[in-house]
Design a protein around this ligand. Structure first.
Ligand code: ATP
Ligand code: MG
Length: 463
């Protein structure tokens, strides 16, 4: 026996026969089973107890399965939740996965399928250290190369685990420097394609005139200079994963060709005649709002749906400041090692400053900041002075000091004030990536007032 009897399973279903069936089946398998006949009852039990695994129906009269899932995860994030439903649509399944469900099973299901899922789920939990026997914290801080322990990142890790078992095309979205490529690599590494290539295609980096031959390859003589046959990146990636970075930059012509590859799983080399079949999993990444591009018709809607079967959205660093200490320490160790310095930690005050910073460049920016401070720091601890933050508070402070530095000839108050105003507006616009609306919110002024000030100060933003 593998100690299975220690595992506790909570079954939530408003259908009595289903409850009884699951109870008998799971008890026979050696699990400790608890039952609830409604979402409400489940909530009451979850207040008092935690379980290794929860099997819940999605559709229930009062609180539905997603509610039970959220409650359980909020209380004990390691709880494995499996949803079952007679009505599960792809949409609810996707939502459930996003909320951290381990899997979902449509009713009626095969007993062996459920048994298998439960066994795998509990096993994966054991491997991932969820039970906290050996190195309890390591897996929580790290997931593959990703560092971070915030609930937002745990959701991302959960999603990576789940999607890596599927073949679905994934769209990883997030601001610049949030770790989109790391996520893509982690998915590949966890998938059963990990013995095949992971090929990165930077859609913004290849000139328009070359992209087709880069992607699909060419035949000798296809154009001047094509002196030999050349295999394209899709050919190279066969059986593996293609990472389409900055997918929003693809031209309309290439968008059509890509759509053809996804739909038909075939492509034609430049100058070639036969259709070649290819088996790749596509992971795309973008820091653009592709949905908006679809509405504005700069990105094809059909392609958008094909590449975005499942979306993994990585939140910006400023929305998960809980990850800052771990990430800062991680980069500190990395660069101390690389630069052969003996810097052990970031001072509490420096950490505090980092916590207030906006990080427009996200984790990449943090990494650069730490690298620079390790290089600059003379003591064995990172002090605030060695942090180079383009912090708007800092700028504002400097402005204030200058204002107070009034010489014997006085100052032109209106000019000084206008300059301060201008600096704050520019900063707010940068922070909101050019959105006047968001900038106005940051400055706590109305849109009308924002427009007026932009005119007055001669500032014209992009959006
Ligand atoms: N969670 C994380 N843990 C550790 N390192 C991270 C994490 N997220 C990002 N990084 C590091 O930050 C840098 C940027 O990551 P990555 O290239 O994956 O970002 P990106 O989202 O693809 O950015 P861009 O949109 O600019 O291409 C890399 O050096 C990466 O190692
Ligand atoms: Mg990238």
């Amino acid at each position: 026996m593998s100690g299975k009897e220690r595992h506790s399973i909570f079954v939530v279903d408003d259908d009595k026969s289903m409850r009884e069936f699951l109870e008998i089946m799971l008890t026979k398998e050696g699990y400790k089973v608890t039952l609830a006949k409604s979402g409400e009852e489940a909530f009451r039990i979850l207040d008092k107890e935690t379980f290794d695994l929860i099997i819940t129906d999605i559709r229930m009269k009062d609180i539905d399965g997603i509610g039970v899932l959220k409650k359980a995860k909020a209380k004990a994030p390691d709880t494995i939740v499996v949803l079952i439903s007679a009505f599960a649509t792809a949409q609810t399944a996707v939502e459930a996965m996003k909320e951290g469900a381990y899997d979902y099973l449509p009713k009626p299901f095969k007993v062996n399928d459920l048994k298998g899922i439960v066994r795998d789920a509990l096993e994966s939990r054991r491997i991932s250290g969820g039970e906290g026997e050996e190195e309890p914290s390591k897996e929580r801080y790290h997931f593959d190369c990703l560092v971070g322990d915030s609930p937002q990142m745990r959701k991302v890790y959960d999603l990576i685990k789940r999607v890596s078992r599927t073949k679905s095309n994934i769209l990883v979205s997030g601001e610049s420097g949030t770790g989109k490529e790391l996520v893509a690599r982690a998915i590949h590494k966890l998938s059963d394609r990990n013995d095949r290539p992971f090929v990165v295609i930077n859609c913004a980096g290849i000139p328009e005139s070359l992209i087709e031959s880069e992607l699909f390859g060419y035949k000798k003589g296809a154009f001047t200079g094509a002196t030999t046959n050349k295999e394209g990146l899709f050919g190279v990636a066969d059986g593996g994963t293609v990472f389409l970075d900055e997918v929003g930059e693809l031209s309309p012509t290439i968008q059509v060709k890509l759509l053809r590859v996804i739909q038909g799983r075939t492509f034609t080399e430049v100058g070639g005649t036969e259709e070649k079949s290819v088996d790749v999993r596509l992971i795309s990444a973008t820091n653009k709002d592709l949905e908006k591009e679809v509405i504005e018709k700069t990105f094809r809607e059909d392609l958008y749906f094909r590449i975005n079967v499942i979306n993994i959205a990585i939140p910006p660093l400023r929305e998960r400041v809980g990850d800052l200490p771990l990430l800062a320490q991680h980069f500190l160790e990395k660069y101390s090692r690389e630069l052969e310095k003996d810097i052990k930690k970031v001072s509490a005050y420096a950490m505090d400053l980092l916590g207030q910073y906006y990080f427009p460049g996200n984790v990449r920016e943090l990494e650069n900041i730490i690298e620079r401070s390790v290089a600059l720091e003379a003591s064995n601890i990172v002090l605030p002075e060695s942090l180079t933050l383009s912090n708007f508070r800092g700028k504002g402070m400097k402005q204030m000091r200058r204002q107070h530095d009034m010489g014997p000839n006085g100052v032109k108050l209106d000019e000084v004030m206008a300059e301060i105003e201008k600096n704050y507006i520019i900063y707010a616009l940068e922070m909101s990536h050019g959105s006047k609306q968001k900038a106005a919110e940051l400055l706590d002024i109305s849109m009308r007032s924002m427009r007026y000030r932009l005119d007055k100060l001669g500032l014209h933003s992009k959006k």
